[in-house]
Design a protein around this ligand. Structure first.
Ligand code: ADP
Length: 749
């Protein structure tokens, strides 16, 4: 008998839940299981009947871009009672379901685990009472479960991110950007309340992304003199030229005595201490709404796919399907829940340091980075033995370059350095186009696209090095921070190789990774890549909508040069049928297989087909040629359009993640430069999230000819894409759930 998996969303909804449900349904079918949607959370299982319905491949078409959850969610009081859970067990067994994938918060995961524990007792009782047969009792003796965390708060211990958090950050950051522009017009102050009863993640990260002035969170209640401290910080930044003050507060914030601090309390402080007529904005449910971000789509897809593998194995204690370092990881479900609940108890008991530590290293670091940035002393006097640090861009434009540069500059000033912006990359440095930048000069940079310092792809030639070193000498720069892409790494290598001939090049230099292509060594996400991905995903959403009236195939071209990151992740996030990557190349045999499948798909009633091609996937089979081949073979049965997304991918305001990532990497770079200058060292390094790497390590990490890292983590998403877009039972990608067959014969609607 076929294995039956039940999938449900429970508790508060979160953007990206649909991507997880779609992945569970399709990966389940692909692996030969039947998948049932349990509608309206656990209430659906308690009610039974057609609240538990089989979901077919096409039932989860076109759900990736939708917020909320298409199978409904609820809080179910009956499921908290033993009787309610027993009824749920009966209904599940009646439908032949004994594997559950639940997507919800810690409450939903706990409830699901209780059902699992009680299941054998329920089975025995139901069999004794004649409500199920002995055969049913035997066949469904155990319940196997796996949990995915859907929660915008990012409050689960054991996973880097929960489904919905990144989208909520998008909503909050959009709101803070909007508030900032009106606030600046009137020189007004705003207090913005964001969600997070026990968790300050959204507050801290949105304060960084929105370049707010102050943040208040539950895990780290402010010191008793917080009112004076806040007023001091806000006054200082106003004096340095900031036209607004923005305080972000998490809804669960308390003082050290356990008394709630409300947005109204903050408003009163601003009025009393600063004479400010501050406005309060409570963002509320806006944060849960709207289309899921690109990350919430591909991440939830990856986890849903992994969860199916987990429940089909079913040979270990229940697991939380979590994400760490952009890969699915597993940890005992109830351990994760217990650790999460412990954080809330630690806060209640006033053990704040432990509560912060339990949130993980990165959260602690980012909270510190925010304090450093927001409290950076705008009027800091340069140190007596002050050093001069140059900041420049090198490489293609990437959203987030400004946020990164602004962070470097403010952190540098705070440490007593003199900071210099080099305009126009290396040519600008050679020409001496260098200006000192003050704290207020970078106001407003965090949220802005483009690169205010200007960026050029040019790297110095050997002939340029003399002029370059002269310029470094005459301008008196003591260190360089290069924020840029692949060419920045090439320039670093060249400078390092020639440092013996040109002693002026013996100064500390650090490269901070920024590129929409995401082709940089030693890290998973370069600044800019997430924004480009979001732009590509929302563009393809529009393209899909435009095609909904006719039978149409699209070939969409993304950027990325020789790196397929943008192409593949966009494909996963929008549900493309096929992606063409430079890493794989394109052959005529591939195209024939794809075209046969596409034509067959349209004949059997489908109305849409989407292929995404990396701009340099093949020098021969161009986007235009593939479009024409599709059109020719369609013989008028459907129309085909090519669409080159082009430079929109480099534009736009940086995503919250790119701003946050920029700040994180900038603060590491500044810390390192300060240490180098203090110790008189002159290393040449590049930043990775795990620390600095020496320029000499690059040869081990980089394929210089292909201009990409030798190892590319995101290629793991290939089998996920294959499993979710091909005909059940005939997937072929290595690492896929089935690993059988080869021919794609169907497509997403
Ligand atoms: P979340 O899953 O978002 O944390 P809740 O805590 O409200 O949201 O839980 C959602 C649902 O999960 C509850 O309405 C209930 O049906 C079920 N649930 C939560 N906690 C338990 C529990 N301890 N025992 C049984 N069911 C529970």
């Amino acid at each position: 008998m076929t294995v039956r998996i039940g999938v449900l969303t429970s508790g508060g909804d979160a953007q990206g839940m649909n991507a997880a449900v779609r992945a569970v349904v399709r990966a389940g079918i692909q692996a030969g299981a039947e998948v049932f949607g349990i509608h309206e959370g656990w209430q659906g299982a308690v009610d039974g009947g057609d609240q538990i319905r089989r979901l077919e491949w096409d039932d989860v078409g076109n759900v990736l871009a939708r917020g909320g959850t298409v199978i409904g969610t609820a809080r179910c009081a009956a499921f908290r009672e033993r009787d309610g859970r027993k009824r749920a067990a009966l209904n599940l067994i009646t439908h032949g379901i004994d594997r559950i994938i639940v997507i919800g918060g810690d409450g939903s995961l706990t409830g699901t685990d209780r059902l699992r524990e009680e299941w054998p007792a329920f089975v025995a009782e139901l069999a004794d009472a004649g409500e199920i047969t002995a055969e049913q009792a035997e066949r469904h003796a155990q319940l196997v479960i796996a949990g995915l965390v859907g929660s915008i708060d990012n409050d689960m211990v054991g996973t880097d991110m929960t489904i919905g958090t990144d989208s909520a950050l998008h909503r909050i950051t959009e709101a803070i950007d909007a508030i900032s522009s009106t606030a600046a017009s009137h020189q007004r102050s705003f207090v913005v309340e964001v969600m997070g009863r026990h968790c300050g993640y959204l507050a801290v990260m949105s304060a960084i992304a929105g370049a707010a002035d102050y943040v208040l969170i539950p895990e780290s209640p402010p010191a008793d003199d917080w009112k004076q401290h806040m007023s001091h910080v806000l006054r200082q930044s106003r004096r340095a030229g900031r036209r607004t003050s923005i305080v972000v507060i998490a809804e669960g914030t308390q003082d050290r005595q356990g008394n709630p601090i409300t947005p109204e309390d903050v408003r009163v402080v601003l009025a009393d201490e600063m004479g400010e007529d501050a406005r309060v904005t409570i963002l509320g449910h806006v944060q849960r709404g709207g289309t899921p971000s690109a990350y919430d789509r591909w991440m939830a897809t990856m986890l849903g796919h992994a969860a199916v593998g987990e429940v089909l194995r079913g040979d270990r204690e229940p697991q939380l399907v979590a994400v760490r370092g952009n890969r699915p990881t597993f940890m005992p479900l109830m351990e994760a829940v217990a650790a999460t609940r412990r954080v809330a108890s630690l806060i209640e008991e006033g053990r704040y340091d432990e509560a912060m530590a339990a949130r993980g290293r990165s959260f602690v670091q980012m909270t510190q980075a925010f304090h450093q940035l927001s409290e950076a002393r705008p009027d800091a006097e340069p140190l007596e033995d002050c050093r001069q640090i140059g900041v420049l861009h090198c490489g293609g434009l990437a959203p987030g370059m400004n946020a990164t540069a602004a962070a470097v500059i403010r952190l540098g000033i705070d440490r007593g350095h003199e900071m210099f912006g080099v305009h126009g990359g290396f040519p600008g440095l050679i020409d001496g186009d260098i200006r000192r930048l003050g704290w207020g000069d970078v106001e407003g940079w965090t949220a802005s696209g483009g690169a205010n310092l200007g960026t050029r792809r040019t790297i110095p030639t050997e002939e340029d090095l003399y002029a370059l070193s002269r310029s470094i000498e005459t301008s008196g720069l003591d260190a360089l921070i290069i924020i840029g892409g692949f060419n920045a790494y090439r320039a670093l290598t060249l400078i390092h190789a020639e440092r013996k001939r040109f002693p002026a090049l013996r100064l500390p230099i650090v490269v901070v990774p920024c590129s929409i292509d995401n082709n940089l060594p030693g890290l998973q996400m370069a600044v800019g890549a997430d924004t480009a991905l979001n732009v590509a995903v929302s563009s393809v959403d529009l393209i899909k909508m435009s095609a909904s009236a006719a039978k149409r195939a699209f070939v969409v071209e993304t950027m990325g040069r020789h790196c397929g990151f943008l192409t593949l992740t966009t494909g996963v996030a929008v549900g493309a049928e096929r992606v063409y990557l430079h890493e794989d190349g394109i052959t005529i045999a591939d195209l024939k297989t794809d075209i046969d499948a596409m034509v067959e798909g349209f004949r059997s009633g489908r109305s849409f087909y989407l292929a995404i091609r990396n701009e340099e996937a093949s020098p021969f089979y161009t986007t235009d040629l593939i479009t024409r081949m599709f059109e020719a073979e369609g013989r008028g049965e459907f129309s085909v359009r090519g669409s080159v997304l082009g430079h929109v991918q480099q534009g736009g305001a940086p995503s919250p993640f790119d701003r946050i990532n920029g700040v994180r990497l900038a603060s590491q770079a500044m810390q390192w430069v300060t240490e180098q200058l203090a110790s008189g060292a002159d290393q040449h390094v590049f930043v990775t999230p795990d620390g600095m790497r020496d320029v000499r390590d690059l040869d081990e990490l980089v394929d210089w000819q292909a201009r990409r890292p030798l190892e590319q983590w995101w290629l793991d998403l290939k089998p996920v894409l294959h499993d979710l877009t091909r005909t059940p039972g005939v997937a072929s990608a290595p690492g896929s759930l089935t690993g059988r067959g080869a021919r794609p014969t169907t497509m997403e609607r």
